[in-house]
Design a protein around this ligand. Sequence first.
Ligand code: BES
Ligand code: MN
Ligand code: ZN
Length: 498
Amino acid sequence: MSLSLSIHSTDLEALEADVLVLGVLKGSDGAYLAPSSLSEDSVEGINELLEALGASGAPDQLLRLPGLEDTGAGIVALAGLGSDTAEGQERLDALRYAAGSAARQLVGSAEEIAFDFGVSSVEEIEAIAHGAVLGNFVEEGLRGKTQDSIKEEIDSILIVSSIDQEEAEEALVHALVLGETAKDARRLVNLPPSHLYPETFAEFAAEVAEDYANIEIELFHHDRLAEEGFGGISGVGQGSPRKPVLAVVKYTPENPKAHVALVGKGITFDTGGNSLKPAASMMTMKCDMAGAASVLNAVLASAELDVPVAVTGYLCLAENMPGGHALRPEDIITMRDGRTVEVLNTDAEGRLVMADGIALASESNPDVILDIATLTGAAMAALGLRTAALLGDEEIRDRVIAAGAAAGEAYWPMPLESYLRKSLESPVADIKNIGSRYGGALTAGLFLKEFVGEGIPWAHLDIAGPAFNEEAPYGFTPKEGTGFGTATLVNFIQSYAK
Ligand code: BES
Ligand code: MN
Ligand code: ZN
């Protein structure tokens, strides 16, 4: 984390930055410059120009002007902050989004940027910092001959405020860790299945874990998975020459106040298996390990932040391929908890690997289990691409919603309708892996719930929509992997430290 993130005093003449970003608010009488530390003359000068510049205050708008004499920045940029009536959480969301959008659009043309949105609270500073870190993202990819097109990330972000560095320090560190770990999750999601498969994912996790004295990792390789009854993970993985792995990543602080278990779906590629997906649906399926990527990074973030809560992450890693060794529809597999599952659609593979992870997590009787998975197209059909589906115990759901809101990530509760449980009944096994034609996100949740140990509080996060952005970038969200969920998990874990 070489990015520097700090507070700058309200003396803009002393500022040294390539770009000073100011806010534009939408009012009932048109757009106007948001409060800042700029001189009255400069504010007046810019306000007179706004209409001619086409500045509307709309989110994602960024207009660049030559620098002003009374600031030490070469360029002034005007970022849309949205409506001037936003307050509370809405205002924090607008600040995070605008800072993220500005940073994203300035990457490649600036090294040092400063935000002066006229903020007066530590919460607002954190929202700006978090957005700016997330927006400051370059995906280098795997370029051979076009490396010249790779931009450089911004290396210094300043936030202009009368609040001093010391008072804001904790919020800045929090924003930096939340932002950088989500970006690391994005990079994992973006890796192609040619390079990221269960063994390489596990190896990567083992490598990063080495940097932390209080993180231990245990890898369950193929033979052990089969011997110890993980029929879901080994079953889903059996069609691929790239063997499945279950990686258990454990963070143990001194005197933990609670123990949180996180289970992540790590399908490094989902072809659908023998219930093969059509070609168009297979695109983006490198993102099917996004849950595992956020779990790994949430564990690392907890260690970075010294959170006094023990966290165990279960990364359920497999590649879902078709072929002569792969699961067939109508196969029956035996799961870690002894339950048998009739596999009627090999494309409903996520719940199979997750069930084993949840069953193993339950064996250590944690205070809570959260599972996170790109589980169903049905969740996307219901909630679109920017909101995750949330199922499980109400108290845990409420905690997830609060943790998400503080991170700029949206969750919507869905019911675990008990009448749907019948549709999972199998004539030949304990349960089958597909249910009713309708309510696919709910039956998936009902399936997972079967594997949660009795009395253990639990919630399930279906991030199939928001994990991957196929459309144009917006706000702090880039194309491809978004890192969605990572910050929610960290905030959720931290909620047990209080
Ligand atoms: N990985 C997919 C879900 C998915 C779809 C994630 C699109 C992200 C974008 C999952 O394994 C899957 O294939 N689910 C099936 C389940 C069905 C066969 C019961 C689905 O949603 O169609
Ligand atoms: Mn699938
Ligand atoms: Zn899948």
